[in-house]
Design a protein around this ligand. Structure first.
Ligand SMILES: *Cc1c(COP(=O)(O)O)cnc(C)c1O
Length: 353
C-alpha cells in the first residue's frame, strides 16, 4: 500500500493464478495446461521470416486468424474477435456489455476471475448457488440482470450443461448478453458457437490455452453477432490496437488448421481422464463427472483435502486446492499424461493407507 495508490487500486483483490514453480521434475497438475506440446506445425511458422518481420507492427485486425476461426466454426470473420488470451477477451466483454446498472449473474462456484473483473469495472455481481451436487441450474437465471456469464463446462467442477438448457436461457433472456465461457468445451461439451447466428445476445469465448496446448502463447477469441463484435472492437481500440502479436497470430492459425493433431491430443486426454476417474473412485474418492481436462474430486472420509494437497506437493505433485466455502473438501486435478497420472494414483494410494 502506498499513498500514491488510487482508491480503486486500494480496493482491488486481484486474481491469484495457480503456481508456476521453477522446480525440476515436478508433476504439474494445478493449472489445466496440456501435457502435450502444441502442433508441430507451430515450429515451422515461428522461425526465420517470422522473426525478421517482427520489426513491423502486426495486423491490427488479425484478419488471417479471424478467417481461420470463422472457417472452423462455419461463421464469418465479422462474427469473430481475438485477444491476448480469453482472460483479456472476457475483460473487454465485461466493459462492453456488463457495465450496466443491473447486476451480472453468475454461479457462486465458478471461474474466480469474474468477481475480480466486476470489482475492477464497478459491476454489481449477483451469485446464484449451484445445486447440492454442484450443478448450474439455469432456471434460476431469470431475475432482472445486466448480463449472465458462466463457463461450460463449469470450472472448477468440470460439469457440462446440455446445449438445450443454454438455448432455453437465450430464448427467455433477450435483454442482456449471455456469455458462455467455453475454455474447456473441447473436452466433452457441446459448443454454443452454432447458436451465434440465431441469438443476437449470445457471446461465446474460447481459448487456445487448454485444448490446443498454447497457454504460453496467450490467444483467446470470441464468437458472436457482428454488433457484439463491433462493441468488443470499440473497447479493444480504446485500449490497445495490437493485443495479438505477429508470432501469436501465425502460431494460432496453424494450430487451428491442424485438426488431426488437436483431435489426437484431445482423445488421449479424455481417455486418461476416464482412467484416472476410475482409479480415484477405487481409492474412495468422490469424483464429479467431468467434461473438461481436469477432475474435481473429494478425498475419502477422514482425509483432509488441504492436507492431502500439501502431502502431494511434498511428493512433487502439484494439484489445485481452493480454500472456499462449499468446495474446501475437494481437489482439482489437471489431466496429465499417462505416466504422470500413474504416479499420482500410486502416490495417493500410499498416502491414503
Ligand atoms: C483458463 C480459463 C480461461 C482463460 O484462458 P486464457 O485464454 O489462458 O486467458 C478463461 N475461462 C476459464 C473458465 C478458464 O478456466
Amino acid at each position: 500500500m502506498s499513498r500514491y495508490w488510487s482508491e480503486l487500486v486500494r480496493q482491488l483483490e486481484p486474481y491469484v493464478p495457480g503456481e508456476q514453480p521453477k522446480i525440476d521434475g515436478l508433476i504439474k497438475l494445478n493449472t489445466n495446461e496440456s501435457p502435450y506440446p502444441p502442433s508441430p506445425k507451430v515450429h515451422d511458422v515461428l522461425s526465420g521470416d517470422a522473426i525478421d518481420r517482427l520489426r513491423l507492427y502486426p495486423d491490427p485486425n488479425s484478419s488471417r486468424l479471424k478467417q481461420t476461426i470463422a472457417d472452423y466454426y462455419r461463421l464469418k470473420p465479422e462474427n469473430t474477435f481475438v485477444g491476448n488470451g480469453s482472460d483479456e477477451v472476457l475483460a473487454f466483454a465485461f466493459m462492453a456489455f456488463f457495465k450496466q446498472n443491473k447486476p451480472l449473474l453468475f454461479p457462486d462456484i465458478t471461474y474466480s476471475f469474474y468477481p475480480v473483473y466486476c470489482q475492477l469495472f464497478g459491476i454489481e455481481a449477483q451469485r446464484l448457488p449451484l445445486t447440492d451436487d454442484l450443478r448450474i441450474e439455469l432456471d434460476q437465471y431469470s431475475t432482472e440482470n445486466g448480463g449472465i456469464i458462466f463457463p461450460n463446462p463449469n470450472a472448477p467442477t468440470g460439469r457440462a450443461l446440455p446445449l438445450e438448457d443454454i438455448e432455453a436461457l437465450l430464448k427467455r433472456n433477450t435483454d442482456s448478453v449471455v456469455l458462455v465461457d467455453e475454455a474447456y468445451v473441447d473436452f466433452g461439451a457441446e459448443s454454443a458457437a452454432q447458436l451465434v447466428d440465431r441469438y443476437p445476445n449470445l457471446l461465446v469465448t474460447q481459448t487456445l490455452s487448454k485444448s490446443r496446448s498454447l497457454a504460453g502463447l496467450r490467444l483467446g477469441f470470441a464468437l458472436g453477432a457482428p454488433e457484439l463484435i463491433d462493441a468488443l472492437d470499440r473497447v479493444k481500440n480504446s485500449f490497445n490496437s495490437y493485443p495479438v502479436d505477429r508470432l501469436a497470430e501465425a502460431a494460432a492459425v496453424v494450430a487451428l488448421e491442424d485438426d488431426a493433431y488437436f483431435q489426437q491430443c484431445r482423445d488421449k486426454i479424455i481417455a486418461t481422464r476416464e482412467w484416472t476417474n476410475e482409479q480415484l473412485t477405487a481409492l474412495g474418492f468422490r469424483v464429479l463427472p467431468s467434461a473438461a481436462n481436469f477432475l474435481f474430486a473429494r478425498p475419502p472420509e477422514g482425509v483432509d483435502a488441504a492436507e492431502l494437497a500439501q502431502q502431494l506437493r511434498e511428493a512433487r505433485i502439484l494439484v489445485r486446492y481452493f480454500n472456499k466455502p462449499r468446495i474446501e473438501g475437494f481437489l482439482r486435478i489437471t489431466i496429465g499424461n499417462d505416466e504422470e497420472m500413474n504416479r499420482l494414483i500410486e502416490t495417493l494410494g500410499a498416502l491414503i493407507k
